[in-house]
Design a protein around this ligand. Structure first.
Ligand SMILES: *[C@@H]1O[C@H](CO)[C@@H](O)[C@H](O)[C@H]1NC(C)=O
Ligand SMILES: *[C@@H]1O[C@H](CO)[C@@H](O)[C@H](O)[C@H]1NC(C)=O
Ligand SMILES: *[C@@H]1O[C@H](CO)[C@@H](O)[C@H](O)[C@H]1NC(C)=O
Ligand SMILES: *[C@@H]1O[C@H](CO)[C@@H](O)[C@H](O)[C@H]1NC(C)=O
Length: 348
């Protein structure tokens, strides 16, 4: 899907390769540099600490390993959804989570008609036990929740220090409406430049959660295959996030995309993000100190219904009835409201 920056492909000169590694900290800068080998050579001696774009595998989470790597959060939904997050025992007994040797399923109940005065639809929210700062995470997702009223998310944050500890939304949307938007939410003083090296389209530029109704600074991806029924029709694909102190990048490759990097496709024991091409979304540190606006993050996977976002735009989404009424009364509409993870690999 994402061609590398022009001039990248086929360059094998070792000086350029070395500069490429050294100046990994700034992709745009590197891109300019690569076009002029002479100035690249001149700058090489100035670039002191050698940063590598290669990350070793730290966590390979497949099948039942999700149960060890994540904790179930049976909490009330902070976003006021028509949901009841259940604990691990309930999730397993109701088959809302299911693991096999190569699968982890996380779903909402699709069998029960709800009483309007009772709790919301049973669903699952899990949070990684480990925390991460600079890292790469690759989510190999076969299927994501779909259905009117659904609001699924794969994201990273520090819940006890929100929004000052930052939030990275990797995959998130509502009511089956794609494409995906990758979004940051922060405290004040973190904004994004309008022009960036990315294939997606910038939305709001101020990441501050206190402005624009907490829209954050989002980037709309350039392909319908990144979300919902279209994502599922392609057997999903891969989402990846790379967080450094100088930028945060998000990539998406559909399952049938010819340009999926081999290390991503194979779940390799190390990855080199320098070979991954232009990201879908790029959040540089131009006017945002990434190291101070983002602290240790958990990875969170959740599926809620209606609430602050899916509920508020439900009426304009082409979905039937009202959101809460639909979720209460149509359990079978949520047969496909599930994540199917082939793996989660974290490199740090
Ligand atoms: C689900 O994830 C999104 C992250 O984008 C977050 O804003 C929201 O609070 C979460 N909802 C629940 C119910 O946990
Ligand atoms: C539990 O869920 C899995 C995955 O969707 C499915 O294959 C299995 O048949 C379900 N088990 C029961 C008892 O419904
Ligand atoms: C962005 O990162 C570069 C490279 O590490 C650093 O020199 C610069 O101070 C950072 N800028 C901001 C605003 O954090
Ligand atoms: C959240 O951030 C605070 C402040 O940086 C830190 O002390 C805490 O350990 C973080 N929480 C987790 C779960 O890492």
């Amino acid at each position: 899907m994402v061609p590398p920056p022009s001039g990248h492909t086929g360059w094998s000169c070792s000086i350029i390769w070395t500069v490429n590694i050294v100046l990994k900290s700034s992709r745009q800068y590197r891109f300019l540099i690569m076009k002029t080998a002479i100035s690249a050579f001149a700058l090489l001696s100035l670039a002191a600490p050698v940063l590598s774009a290669t990350y070793p595998l730290s966590d390979s989470i497949v099948g039942s390993a999700f149960y060890n790597a994540f904790t179930f959060q049976a909490i009330s939904d902070p976003t006021h959804g028509r949901v009841k997050y259940v604990d691990k025992a309930t999730a397993q007994s109701q088959n809302l989570t299911f693991a096999s040797s190569d699968t982890f399923i996380l779903r909402a109940d699709f069998k029960t008609k709800l009483s309007a005065s009772g709790p919301g639809r049973n669903s699952v929210r899990i949070r990684s036990n480990k925390v991460y700062t600079t890292h790469v995470a690759v989510f190999n997702v076969r299927h994501m929740p779909q259905g009117c009223g659904t609001w699924p998310a794969i994201w990273e944050t520090n819940e006890s220090n929100w929004p000052n500890g930052g939030e990275i939304d990797i995959l998130e949307g509502v009511n089956d409406k794609g494409p995906n938007a990758a979004t940051l939410h922060t405290g004040s003083g973190c904004t994004m430049p309008a022009t960036r090296t990315q294939t997606g389209t910038s939305l709001q530029l101020d990441c501050n959660a206190a402005v624009n109704g907490n829209a954050g600074c989002g980037v709309r991806l350039n392909t319908a295959a990144s979300y919902g029924p279209t994502f599922n029709g392609n057997q999903g694909g891969w989402y990846a996030v790379e967080r450094t102190n100088n930028f945060i990048n998000v990539w998406f490759w559909a399952r049938n995309d010819g340009s999926v990097p081999a290390d991503v496709r194979n779940g390799a024991s190390s990855v080199n993000t320098d070979n991954w091409g232009t990201p879908s979304a790029n959040f540089p540190n131009t006017s945002c100190n990434i190291a101070t606006h983002f602290n240790q993050h958990n990875i969170i996977i959740n599926l809620t219904f209606c609430g602050d976002w899916a509920g508020s735009v439900y009426g304009s989404s082409g979905c039937p009835s009202t959101c809460v009424d639909y979720v209460n009364n149509n359990p079978s509409a949520f047969t496909n409201a599930y994540f199917d993870f082939a793996s989660l690999k974290v490199y740090s």
